[in-house]
Design a protein around this ligand. Structure first.
Ligand SMILES: Cc1ncc(COP(=O)(O)O)c(C=O)c1O
Length: 357
């Protein structure tokens, strides 16, 4: 099969070492003679994997004492509800930076008073709102650090006068994070942290149990803290692959090393978008995401969009179609995407430019 370069927005590319270890475990999990698909989650071999995975999260993100890492089903979308159930008592604010942020807000509005503290919908979410006042009486402020669809990112851990809760689905593990600035961080694993089927939650334990509403057992984070994410059957295979992904990340030097690699990949592609007269970026330059690079055909070249899509496909580019609400192209440069993949895309853009000069 010809070489392909995978830029899917999620589920996304995983490192080859992770795929190989997963194939092995499908046949025989840790020499038990049992496939990881059939292993009981109550065995000591499985518990060791869970413990290793939890410990790797804590090590890679330097998670301080007092926080717990949970692995839950339901994706990031169910976390939207969990967050409001577990933290919304009187009032919460949401930074509305895109479709996912808006969905999180909507879920909270079904349970109580929640509002958009600032919103960038006026320019199709192409920038991150700044300079908004954060009232001190909020239960929490919710942010989405990376807006997968629009290619904008909040790359710094903000100082926040109220508990800060972040959806980091699409930029977790791409850089070091000061976890102590957040009450909770969560996301679906299927970008940098593994395959689809499991969500990660990093939560400050003493912030739990403060709401007065009835919390159904499964929607109470304390259930999962108490039972170490094994209250019910966990998504075993997804967690196995997540653990392998974290082992791979550690082997290449962890999040600080990853950040440098990610900065170089993004700089390479943005430089080409800015240089090449056929293309133009859609996100505000100061808010550009390192993870999802969104671009369209430049004014005057719009008619070439389908042609470039076909041209790049022939050259092995996979998954660069932009989200339908932005159009154009989106190359997702998650952790497992290499500098070589990015250079192949750049070469393709340059070749296309020569054809149309
Ligand atoms: C930033 C962000 N939040 C939430 C979601 C929803 O995740 P899930 O499909 O795991 O519910 C996505 C999916 O792409 C996302 O990019």
């Amino acid at each position: 099969m010809a070489k392909v370069h995978v830029f899917n927005a999620g589920p996304c590319l995983l490192p080859q070492a992770v795929i190989d270890a997963s194939i092995e475990a499908l046949k025989d999990f840790k020499g038990t003679g049992v496939s990881v698909l059939s292993i009981s989650h109550r065995t000591k071999e499985w518990e060791a994997t869970m413990n290793e995975c939890r410990a790797l999260w804590k090590e890679l993100l330097n998670i301080p004492e007092g926080y717990e890492v949970l692995f839950l089903g339901g994706g990031a979308s169910l976390e939207f509800l969990y967050v409001a159930m577990n933290f919304l008592e009187k009032k919460a604010a949401y930074l509305d930076t895109g479709v996912w942020a808006h969905k999180a807000l909507k879920e909270a509005q079904g349970l109580g008073e929640a509002y958009a503290i600032a919103c960038s919908k006026d320019k199709n979410y192409s920038y991150i709102p700044k300079g908004f006042e954060i009232p001190s009486d909020l239960d929490y402020l919710h942010i989405t650090t990376n807006n997968t669809i629009y290619g904008t990112e909040i790359r710094e851990d903000m100082d926040c006068p109220v508990p800060l809760i972040a959806d980091m689905s699409s930029d977790i593990l791409s850089r070091p994070v000061d976890v102590s600035k957040y009450t909770m961080i969560y996301g679906g694993a299927q970008k940098n942290a593994g395959p689809a089927g499991v969500a990660f939650v990093i939560v400050k334990k003493d912030a739990l149990g403060k709401v007065s509403r009835y919390l159904p057992t499964m929607l109470d984070y304390r259930t999962h803290v108490d039972k170490e994410s094994m209250f019910n059957t966990p998504p075993v295979f997804s967690i196995f692959v997540m653990n392998e992904t974290l082992k791979w990340l550690k082997s290449i030097g962890g999040v600080a090393a990853m950040q440098k690699i990610n900065e170089k990949k993004a700089a390479t592609l943005y430089a080409e978008i800015d240089r090449n007269p056929l293309f133009v970026g859609t996100a505000a330059v100061e808010d550009r995401s390192l993870m999802n690079v969104c671009f369209v055909m430049a004014p005057g070249f719009e008619a070439l969009q389908d042609e470039f899509m076909a041209f790049s496909k022939e050259r092995g580019m996979v998954g660069i179609k932009g989200h339908r609400s932005v159009g154009g192209f989106r190359a997702s440069l998650y952790n497992a995407c290499s500098q070589e993949d990015v250079e192949a895309l750049v070469a393709c853009m340059q070749e296309f430019e020569k054809l149309h000069k």
